[in-house]
Design a protein around this ligand. Structure first.
Ligand code: ZN
Ligand code: ZN
Length: 356
């Protein structure tokens, strides 16, 4: 599996005329080497592959990393450029989106004879199509998230604070086998649901006001991400109408997913429904994003995306309407692109009654 990934990277290097590739994004390092620690670097040449880390991680790298020569470094930004200099690479790619300005300059000074080529975040694209193992891990993560919210259901009643619910949800996600939460759970109620990424507060949940819960679990490094919006005793009339519009936008986007379609067409399917209902100005963000080793990755599902959808991609569909000082609704699910359409991976039903 990892050999196959390295092969793909080398084909990419040949296409770009690169003799070497320096990888510094931890997600891409994990994808290529299997390393799960938090400090390491990779150098791939057309013939060799090197993994650099410091003494805190040497043992771990020995157990997790295969197919790479493992090198322990004391001062990465002195030792690695020195090592690269000895390799004598004429043209080397690096991840401009992830290398700091200072680190780039250290590399530049140490390698005066080498051409350094920024690849931005292009390498992230190799992670967009998931293999069976990755899909299984994502499904496990979604399953854990669903069981956790079921565990929390009895606590969701009038008078409980957003913060207490978020805390309980996080505890349950870990208790059910999650390595962690995909991000701090977002639990908002009442007018605060109009904040797309608001932080849970001491605000308490009241009857007939919207409650928005955006949450996810991590399993084997892979994330889940979904949003459930509901109201205890049901929405009032205006919020009910908004909910129905967002649900129609969500369902239209799901129907638009298939291999070969442009990502912006899927966004347009959701956005069109919201615009026609007169709520266009209240949906500011994109319709979705890829999910995998990172909770936000490629492809982007937005009006500006240039990506084409392919079988095996996993991303969210999350249209929303946020009315300032009134409230918001977001409905988010994760889908896997199949040969004809898509399969929903998240397990919490968004049709009202919660069923995993
Ligand atoms: Zn989310
Ligand atoms: Zn999301």
């Amino acid at each position: 599996m990892r050999d196959e990934r390295i092969k793909r990277v080398r084909a990419y290097m040949e296409e770009k005329g690169l003799e070497g590739l320096f990888v510094s994004s931890m997600d891409n390092i994990r994808y290529l080497s299997g390393f799960t620690g938090s400090a390491g670097y990779i150098v791939i040449t057309l013939k060799e592959a090197y993994f650099f880390t410091d003494s805190r991680y040497t043992l771990q790298a020995g157990a997790e990393v295969s197919g790479f020569r493992i090198e322990e470094v004391k001062r990465p930004w002195v030792d690695i450029p020195g090592f690269l200099k000895d390799l004598g690479l004429k043209r080397m790619g690096f991840e401009g989106a992830y290398l700091s300005f200072d680190s780039y300059h250290k590399m530049r000074e140490a390698l005066p004879g080498s051409e350094l080529v920024s690849l931005g975040d292009e390498l992230d694209g190799m992670r967009a199509i998931k293999d069976d193992h990755e899909i299984e891990a994502i499904e496990r993560a979604a399953g854990i998230a669903c069981t956790a919210i079921m565990d929390v259901l009895p606590l969701i009643k009038e008078g409980v604070s957003e913060r207490d619910l978020a805390l309980e949800l996080e505890y349950r996600i870990r208790k059910e086998g999650g390595e962690g939460v995909s991000f701090d759970p977002i639990v908002l109620s009442g007018r605060r649901t109009a904040l797309p990424h608001g932080k849970p507060s001491s605000n308490t949940i009241g009857s007939r006001e919207p409650v928005l819960i955006d949450f996810g679990a991590v399993f084997d490094g892979y994330h889940s991400d979904e949003t459930w919006t509901f109201a205890i005793d049901g929405f009032d009339r205006e919020m009910e109408r908004i909910y129905m519009v967002v649900k129609e936008a969500h369902d239209s986007a799901l129907e638009a997913v298939r291999p070969g379609v442009e990502a912006k067409t899927i966004d347009g399917a959701a956005r069109g429904v919201i615009e026609r209902a007169g709520y266009g100005p209240f949906f500011g963000h994109g319709t979705g994003h890829g999910v995998g080793l990172s909770v936000h990755e490629r492809p982007k599902i937005s009006p500006y995306s240039t990506e084409v959808i392919r079988e095996g991609m996993v991303f969210t569909i999350e249209p929303a309407i946020y009315i300032p000082d009134r409230g918001g609704v977001r409905i988010e699910d994760m889908v896997l692109v199949t040969n004809k359409g898509c399969r929903v991976l998240t397990r919490v039903s968004k049709d009202g009654a919660i069923v995993c």
